[in-house]
Design a protein around this ligand. Structure first.
Ligand SMILES: Cc1cc2nc3c(=O)[nH]c(=O)nc-3n(C[C@H](O)[C@H](O)[C@H](O)COP(=O)(O)OP(=O)(O)OC[C@H]3O[C@@H](n4cnc5c(N)ncnc54)[C@H](O)[C@@H]3O)c2cc1C
Length: 447
């Protein structure tokens, strides 16, 4: 039997709590103490836009996968409304602020897992603290925004940022009968997209009644107004969706090594630069499979996987985090969007010489009801013919095809191997040549 250990987890969502069952399985006698400063545990921030838009009925409780009581029933000493404010790595203790009482206590640990998550980026401009400006990051944000959206008291909603959170929030307000304005300093929505695919998303924004303003940099806020370099836009509500940075202040204070955008540097076992201190989720770095560079990618998929790996290792096992492709998927109204691997800018930065091929195909057999168009762009390494990136924009049934591309990239497949993949076909699902295979076949011609 392994010796009993005192494991402290900081953060009550995926990056922390997804480790717990792995630790418990391997160290049945471990004392596991988790601190969460907020009101919720194991929740899906990914569901926030759908609560705000009203597609998910029943409020934010529907987004909670495991309540504090359920965690406690699983043997976790979960302490809510308690914030870890500092770490003494030499002494092996954390300092905890009890939010309700204002008191402080110190807790020793043998192993410490940081799952402190991310912080929404806020532009450093005048008026940023005005009360009509909200993030879309916490379940409290979701409740506030949903209540406002259905109150009937909103007319001018401005969303700053046209990344995936900005797009999903724009759709949410459309569902509530409003016509939001989306402002972005970039030339097209979703900056990771190649321009021609970004242009399709921009057209969908306009077609669905969004007042989309690219190349508009926000310079400040005044009551009822968003100022940009070029104009001013009326607003009774502003939602920020300009990205997520790592919440690594605690790690920084403790002297842990920080990397890209100050995300916590971890090895492939999720251990930080200090033995016995681990990190997972939005607070930590990931390593890109194709470029080999470290990145900060705030995705729920990584938080869950990294926490599982950290949990196995804290439990005495030996697990390694796989390198990532940045595979992501979203939708705006009827348009599905997905990416995986590098885009041409990232390929250039990584020094990978690529050819790119863009094709259009139908999502099902062209004659089958409900068939719609989709566009795939693939990036292929010129020298080897290996797929290094893929992007999809199209109608229903198109975007999940990105998973085929992700598997192919993980396996290091070349486009001629992808052409030969035995992909399923029947008219209600696909044309006889799957669009991924068509893109590979057309890319092959360029090599
Ligand atoms: C609107 C929205 C939509 C999203 N959609 C998707 C999607 O479709 N697909 C996808 O893959 N990802 C999506 N994401 C990202 C995904 O939600 C995050 O990657 C994931 O929640 C990260 O989990 P985490 O545990 O690392 O961080 P968080 O969820 O941020 O949790 C960290 C927790 O730690 C607590 N905490 C922080 N510091 C302390 C401290 N010092 N002491 C005690 N407690 C502390 C916080 O209160 C918080 O509860 C979305 C995010 C948002 C906001």
């Amino acid at each position: 039997m392994m010796e009993s250990q005192r494991v402290i987890v900081v953060g009550g969502d995926a990056g922390g709590m997804a480790a717990v069952s792995q630790i418990r399985k391997r160290r049945p006698n471990a004392e596991i103490i988790a601190f969460e400063k907020g009101d919720w545990t194991s929740y899906s921030a990914c569901g926030i836009p759908f609560v705000v838009g009203g597609e998910v009925v029943g409020g934010v409780d529907r987004l909670v996968a495991r309540t504090p009581e359920q965690h406690r029933a699983n043997g976790v000493d979960l302490r809510m409304h308690q914030e870890v404010v500092s770490i003494d790595t030499a002494a092996g203790t954390v300092e905890v602020r009890h939010i309700d009482s204002g008191s402080t206590s110190y807790e020793p640990f043998d192993q410490l897992l940081l799952g402190t998550g991310g912080v929404p980026i806020r532009p450093d401009v005048e008026g940023i603290d005005l009360p009509f400006i909200s993030g879309a990051h916490t379940l409290d944000d979701a409740t506030w925004l949903a209540d406002l959206a259905k109150s009937g008291g909103l007319e001018h909603v401005v969303i700053v940022g046209s990344g995936y959170i900005g797009l999903e929030m724009a759709e949410a307000f459309l569902h509530r009968g409003l016509k939001p304005t989306v402002i972005d300093r970039g030339p097209h929505p979703l900056s990771i997209l190649e321009p021609e695919l970004g242009a399709i998303v921009a057209r969908a924004l306009h077609a669905n009644g969004v007042d989309y303003r690219p190349n508009h940099e926000v310079t400040g806020f005044a009551p009822d107004m968003v100022m940009t370099r070029d104009d001013a836009v009326r607003a009774d509500l502003v939602v920020l969706g300009i990205g997520t940075g790592p919440n690594s202040a605690l790690a920084k204070q403790a002297g842990l090594q920080l990397g890209v955008r100050e995300a916590i540097v971890v090895d492939d076992r999720q251990q930080t630069s200090v033995d016995g201190i681990w990190a997972a989720g939005d607070c930590a770095e990931s390593t890109h499979l194709i470029s080999g560079t470290n990145m900060h990618l705030a995705l729920g998929t990584y938080a869950n996987k990294q926490a599982r790996v950290a949990g196995i290792n804290i439990g005495g096992g030996d697990a390694r985090s796989a390198r990532v492709l940045g595979t992501a998927i979203t939708k705006f109204c009827d348009l599905e969007i997905a990416v995986s691997g590098l885009n041409s800018k990232l390929a250039r930065m990584a020094g990978i010489d690529v050819v790119s091929q863009t094709i259009e195909s139908s999502t099902k057999a062209g004659y089958y009801p409900g068939s719609s168009m989709m566009t795939i762009e693939v990036l292929v390494e010129r020298r080897s013919g290996r797929l290094v990136g893929a992007q999809i924009v199209g109608g229903s049934g198109s975007a999940k095809r990105i998973d085929t591309c992700a598997v192919a990239m993980t396996a290091g497949m070349t486009v001629d191997q992808i052409v030969d993949l035995d992909l399923a076909y029947a008219p209600p699902f696909s044309p006889v040549w799957d669009p991924v295979a068509v893109a590979a076949r057309e890319a092959l011609k360029l090599l």
